[in-house]
Write a new protein. Structure first.
Length: 329
């Protein structure tokens, strides 16, 4: 046990120093609103471990050349010093002139990883390579930007508790071209993501019932199913369910979905889970939404002071999960 706590203080000190540096940079730069043009004054640069080792080797080479009065060693040392200085300049220029045109945060489930979509371009004719962007604590995403084209970059962020989560800072960095220096900048883009309740729960779906609020559906009395919507074909789907007319007209292979007679649907009611605490209720309802969508059934969501009518599809799934995400907040 004592050995596991030995390096806790340096780790805390490093975390505190990093947080203080980040807050100083935010006060200095302010809030970023796309499009963001990266200029030299907001780019920071330090040598890497390889760069420090190279500097030590060049210093020893300089001492040896002076001690033995070796002109060839001195010429080589000065030449390599020039290469290092050019490398530092080029590393900083990899970021200078980049533009962030658009930034968007996709919704995610609690305690999982969500997706950020960013769009970059550059204002000159140089290709920018070896670029890394990350949203701590997730892994960095590597990309390059070619002049005259837009580059869409996708990276992960860590979702927290349900509700609305603000993503405070993105870090854009590079160690190109030689890895001797690392240049970086922080992007304080106003990104807010909707965090859905984690889909957790093993209770069975409520039984399907008739939609008494729809006059058109009450008129269905033939007992036959009615066409409702199309979805992409999956390998497990039977051939008879494929919309062959759509496919014959050159469209993608789709599967027709039919609603049951009488407008039957499932009512996902918050009151049915009164024995569970609030967060477990919302997690179970989230699981029911996903189960209903997977089965291709119409479903309605009933919350206190909020009712979403029976529908199906991606739009219904998003509206239900968003209602669960912000419920009670």
């Amino acid at each position: 046990m004592p050995s596991s706590k030995r390096f806790r203080f340096p780790s805390r000190l490093r975390t505190a120093a990093s947080g203080a540096l980040g807050r100083w940079a935010r006060r200095r730069q302010g809030e970023d609103t796309p499009p963001v043009h990266l200029k030299s004054r907001r780019i920071y640069i330090l040598p890497t471990k390889t760069g420090i080792g190279s500097a030590a080797a060049l210093f020893l080479m300089l001492l040896g050349g002076l001690n033995y009065n070796n002109s060839l060693a001195l010429i080589l040392c000065f030449t390599l010093c020039g290469v290092v200085m050019v490398s530092m300049h080029e590393c900083q220029r990899m970021l200078a002139g980049l533009r962030l045109l658009r930034a968007h945060a996709d919704a995610a489930f609690s305690e999982q990883q969500g997706l950020l979509v960013l769009q970059f371009d550059c204002t000159d004719t140089r290709t920018r390579f070896g670029l890394l962007i990350r949203c701590a604590p997730c892994e960095a995403s590597e990309f390059e930007v070619i002049p005259g084209s837009l580059r869409e970059v996708r990276l992960r962020y860590q979702a927290g508790a349900r509700g609305r989560q603000r993503i405070e800072r993105l870090e854009l960095s590079t160690s190109a071209p030689l890895g001797l220096f690392r240049a970086w900048t922080w992007l304080h883009v106003p990104l807010t993501a909707i965090i859905y309740p984690a889909p957790v729960g093993s209770l069975p779906l409520p039984s399907a019932g008739a939609d008494l609020g729809s006059a058109n559906q009450r008129q269905r009395s033939s007992g036959e199913e009615e066409w409702a919507w199309l979805r992409p074909f999956q390998i497990s789907d039977p051939p008879r369910s494929v919309a062959w007319k759509t496919f014959a007209r050159g469209g993608p292979m789709m599967v027709a979905h039919y609603d049951a007679a009488g407008g039957r649907h499932r009512l996902l009611d918050y009151a049915l889970l009164s024995a569970l605490p609030l967060e477990r209720r919302l997690s179970q309802l989230s699981q029911w939404v996903l189960d209903s969508e997977r089965l291709g059934e119409s479903y309605a969501l009933q919350l206190p002071q909020c009712t979403l009518p029976a529908r199906h599809g991606i739009g219904q799934r998003r509206q239900c999960l968003e209602a669960l995400a912000v419920f009670g907040l």
